[in-house]
Design a protein around this ligand. Structure first.
Ligand SMILES: NC(=O)c1ccc[n+]([C@@H]2O[C@H](COP(=O)([O-])OP(=O)(O)OC[C@H]3O[C@@H](n4cnc5c(N)ncnc54)[C@H](OP(=O)(O)O)[C@@H]3O)[C@@H](O)[C@H]2O)c1
Length: 251
């Protein structure tokens, strides 16, 4: 185990599964104490157990980010309590992935839910946790964006809107918290084969075939980018977007 994040504390939202679970494992492998969070306690405890088996440190805190401020406030309080003070690292990863379809078929409830989970939760959680990092004078916040937030994607207007908002928040927060020593950056994955996304491999095949890399990312490749931005190797990187997309954003 290397130790670029020894004695650091991290909260990763949506880390019971997929990319978030890989981020939690990767941060812990670098020595961080990781707070794993999501709605599914069984999956969350499994991620914690896997980290512990490899000699890492982690705890699970259940939170439904769709529930708004009471739940998000409780998550922030639990994170401060478990970390024993301000966090060192916040990863705003949780998001609803939305089945593509025509804009006219998207109902108001889905719009509200997607904006709540994908945007409002990160906004409120950062507002609750970043000021303590700033008061201490150090911290790293990494937001999970997407290539869908960088390009217009026909049939994914709602999901793309939420991800574009995340890209925008990174830049605003870099300006707001950077002067106090808190670095805020985005990792923007392209198609990344979690179990869920790998099941859509036929649908994604044409997009993947057009990538310079000709292959999807793995969750571990996305997690490695998050670890880089979280640790001191990235000490003067603020407001950046690090794409892990096989070259999609460039070509
Ligand atoms: N996979 C890709 O190809 C891809 C590409 C570009 C960007 N991204 C971005 O990468 C991030 C992770 O994506 P992923 O593919 O790993 O997604 P995923 O497999 O669907 O995992 C989503 C995570 O978010 C949590 N979550 C969902 N709704 C929640 C809620 N209401 N409250 C709390 N937690 C909630 C889930 O945990 P529970 O079920 O336990 O609540 C789960 O741990 C997202 O921000 C996504 O937009 C992914």
């Amino acid at each position: 185990m290397s130790a670029r994040l020894q004695d650091r504390t991290a909260l990763v939202t949506g880390s019971t599964d997929g990319i978030g679970a890989a981020i939690a494992r990767a941060l812990a492998a670098e020595g961080a104490y990781v707070i794993v969070s999501g709605r599914d306690t069984a999956r969350g405890e499994k991620v914690v157990a896997a980290i512990s088996e490899r000699g890492g440190r982690a705890s699970f805190v259940r939170a439904d980010l769709a529930a708004g401020l009471p739940a998000i406030g409780e998550l922030a309080d639990a994170a401060h309590r478990l970390a024993g003070g301000p966090l060192d690292i916040l990863v705003n990863n949780a998001a609803m992935l939305i089945t593509p379809g025509p804009t006219a078929d998207v109902g108001e409830d889905l719009i509200d839910q997607a904006l709540t989970v994908n945007v409002k939760a990160a906004f409120l959680l950062t507002g609750l946790l970043a000021p303590a990092m700033a008061a201490r004078g150090s911290g790293a916040i990494i937001n999970l964006g997407s290539i869908s937030g960088l390009f217009g994607t026909s049939g994914s207007a709602l999901y793309s809107t939420t991800k574009a908002a995340i890209h925008s928040l990174t830049k605003s927060w870099a300006g707001e918290y950077g002067p106090a020593g808190v670095r805020v950056n985005t990792v923007a994955p392209g198609p990344t084969f979690t179990d869920k996304i790998a099941a859509m491999r036929d649908h994604l095949a044409p997009m993947i075939a057009a990538l310079p890399s000709r292959r999807p990312s793995t969750p571990e490749e996305v997690a490695a980018a998050v670890v880089f931005l979280a640790c001191d190797d990235a000490s003067n990187i603020h407001g950046a977007t690090l794409s892990v997309d096989g070259g999609r954003a460039a070509v």
